[in-house]
Write a protein that binds this ligand. Structure first.
Ligand SMILES: [Fe+2]
Length: 399
């Protein structure tokens, strides 16, 4: 009897082994510097696969696109992060047609993901919409999944999603696993750009305390973001031009002066009608004992000088949207000024301490939010929604 049990057990183990497939997961699209002609794809597997690839074709109404699909080899990145060995793969797909629907899948050998679709940006200033999220950070699987799903249902045709940092509370494997569980298939079909927050940085333990570093290896392995920023800040400081809008992503954790110099350069040569900047630490903090004076003094004069329209921030775990601000005051000139928003998508929220209450048009907290922003020629239309679907804040900017 014992012998038979053992045989059954061994057969069962052999069956499980035969069934094991190291399927690609954590598949994510990122915008590149040229979203009308290229896109970046990144994914992960548990074991290493040298011959990994992305397969791409123009979408068709049936499955005949498969006959014309072209394989692009992926670059493998082996990362040993605090004892966790992980393998990620990335490829930038170039020479794409503007405003065109493509299908792609990723894989190795005969193991592939499902086919997914995305649309490239137009090469003209066509109207579009994007979604902006403040800090997710905590309870990602438990409390963020419904925010992401409601955002997708509210703006299913959004061109991309934008995150203002602190995507996870700690840069570790288990949290990123939660992240990709919570976002589900969304990252596979809606491209993203993200700013790096303080919690996204690698840390070291010193004297029993966490000490933040200026490194972000997991971020760089999980995403493939533009590398057109200052040297050493690749994939955390960059810009993307999308249908008449220059999106600039800053890293407010360190090296502010280097970024200010770079920012002046790219703003002095900006052919786009609109300019949107995103970064993590807000210039007008709403949290008690928080004040980012360096960031305010370094960047706000540049935003004023080059008429930045909208600044999207996080970090304070509250909601605050200013009036149009110019030179630190509410602008009385319709053509000048910048609107600064702080928002939060995650469950961790703080009381709103109205340190700058005179500048703030809408202040709130203990509400999980996402923002849908439309660019329509001379109009920028901003709507903030609660996770339960109610309109929470609204304004428009006109050129
Ligand atoms: Fe933060």
């Amino acid at each position: 009897m014992k012998k038979i049990t053992l045989i059954y057990f061994l057969l069962f183990v052999a069956f499980l082994k035969a069934q094991h497939i190291d399927a690609p997961d954590r598949i994510i699209l990122n915008l590149t510097e040229q979203p009308s002609s290229s896109i970046a794809v990144t994914w992960h597997t548990n074991e290493s696969h040298d011959n990994s690839f992305v397969e791409l074709a123009e979408a068709t109404k049936w499955i005949e696109f498969k006959d014309s699909a072209i394989k692009t080899p992926a670059q493998m990145n082996e990362l040993n992060y605090k004892g966790n060995l992980s393998y990620t793969y990335s490829a930038v797909l170039n020479d794409l047609k503007p405003n065109t629907l493509y299908v792609y899948r990723v894989g190795y050998d005969s193991v592939t993901s499902e086919w997914n679709q995305f649309r490239t940006a137009s090469d003209t200033d066509q109207p579009f919409r994007f979604v902006y999220f403040g800090d997710p950070q905590n309870g990602i699987r438990e409390d963020l999944a419904r925010v992401f799903r409601k955002a997708l249902m509210t703006a299913p045709e959004a061109s991309f999603w934008l995150f203002a940092g602190d995507l996870t509370d700690l840069p570790d494997e288990s949290m990123w696993k939660e992240w990709f569980d919570a976002t589900g298939f969304i990252h596979r079909i809606v491209p993203s750009i993200m700013a790096i927050g303080n919690h996204d940085l690698y840390f070291e333990m010193a004297d029993g305390k966490k000490k933040k570093t200026d490194k972000y290896p997991l971020w760089q392995s999980l995403f493939t973001l533009p590398e057109n920023g200052p040297e050493g800040l690749e994939e955390s400081v960059y810009y993307v031009d999308y249908q008449g809008v220059r999106f600039i992503v800053l890293n407010t954790n360190y090296r502010l002066k280097d970024q200010a110099e770079w920012l002046e350069n790219i703003l002095s040569d900006n052919p786009n009608k609109w300019t949107v900047v995103t970064y993590h630490h807000p210039v007008y903090s709403t949290g008690e004992g928080r004040d980012n004076k360096d960031i305010r003094e370094t960047f706000m004069p540049i935003f004023d000088k080059f008429n930045v329209d909208l600044v999207l921030q996080g970090h304070d775990h509250t909601y605050a949207r200013t009036y149009k601000i110019y030179n630190g005051k509410i602008s009385d000139d319709e053509s000048k000024g910048t609107v600064y928003v702080t928002s939060v998508s995650g469950p961790k929220q703080y009381p709103a301490n109205p340190m700058y209450k005179d500048l703030i048009a809408k202040l709130g907290t203990f509400t999980q939010l996402f923002q849908v922003i439309d660019i329509q020629g001379d109009r920028l239309i901003y709507n903030s929604y609660t996770v339960t679907g109610e309109l929470y804040d609204h304004f428009e900017l006109k050129k």
